[in-house]
Design a protein around this ligand. Structure first.
Ligand code: IPE
Ligand code: IPE
Ligand code: MG
Length: 241
């Protein structure tokens, strides 16, 4: 898609991505699965920059699910090491590009040094005013809802039954304060949610592409946004035609 066709395109405020297919992409090339993850990590950095330039305000990516612990130990370790490296090296880039980082998911299960780098990165970027970048690590949508209910109960927000509403739960989710995704992208052909953002995706538009995550790029992102532009969002109502 050329620049001209992009004129007047509606840019989603929040894009969420299930970055899938790293392993299959690597295997197809006769490489180990972890090579796919390394390649995938580079793509995340590029897409964050591209999305920012296009005017996207929030980008949320699924990096490691609560179910991914069931993979072989060596793969889990490689993924954690990649995340570790990312948390260490991205600070300078975030400062330069004004990116605000938030990690969503249950961080208490991560190694302490990783937790510390995450906390540091979140703190150091908290006052940045550019794109909000959420990374889901040890994240499960059901787990997030359970933790939100616990958090709400701990704050006494469930004491009066009549006062429990969607906004109470919303404010206790890991994504509190962030608008729901307008567009969900999943790469590499699977058409399922795999426990991602179950609450927040209630009215998101879904876009599935056969491209594996390591081959996703700016052009593919523009295709997804173009498809989004052809969707009619009704939110249960009727159109005015
Ligand atoms: C996505 O790629 C990355 C993570 C889930 C961590 P996969 O590792 O799921 O790759 P495939 O789907 O097996 O090809
Ligand atoms: C979803 O991908 C999780 C991430 C992208 C981090 P999976 O590869 O784990 O999902 P399934 O197993 O195909 O549903
Ligand atoms: Mg997968």
């Amino acid at each position: 898609m050329n620049e001209e066709n992009r004129q007047g395109m509606k840019i989603p405020v929040h894009i969420a991505i299930i970055m899938d297919g790293n392993g299959r992409w690597a295997k197809r090339r006769g490489m180990p699965r972890t090579f796919g993850h390394t390649q995938g990590a580079k793509v995340v950095e590029q897409i964050l920059e591209d999305a920012d330039h296009m005017g996207v305000k929030y980008l949320t990516v699924y990096a490691f699910s609560t179910e991914n612990w069931s993979r072989p130990q060596t793969e889990v370790k490689a993924l954690m090491n990649l995340l570790r490296r990312y948390m260490k090296t991205s600070l300078a880039k975030c400062a330069k590009n004004n990116v605000r980082i938030r990690v969503i998911g249950d961080k208490s299960m991560l190694d302490e040094d990783l937790q510390a780098s995450i906390a540091n990165l979140e703190q150091e970027t908290a006052s940045n005013t550019g794109i909000g970048f959420q990374i889901a690590i040890n994240y499960g949508g059901r787990d997030e809802i359970v933790r939100a209910v616990r958090r709400a109960a701990g704050q006494g927000l469930l004491d009066e039954i009549d006062k429990i509403d969607e906004s109470v739960l919303d404010s206790c989710l890991d994504t509190a304060g962030i608008p729901d995704p307008d567009l969900l992208i999943r790469t590499c052909g699977e058409q399922r949610i795999s426990n991602f953002l179950l609450w927040q995706l209630a009215y998101s538009e879904m876009y599935f592409t056969p491209k594996a995550w390591p081959e996703f790029n700016r052009e593919e992102l523009l295709k997804a946004i173009d498809a989004y532009n052809h969707r009619e969002r009704r939110y249960g109502g009727l159109t005015n035609e």
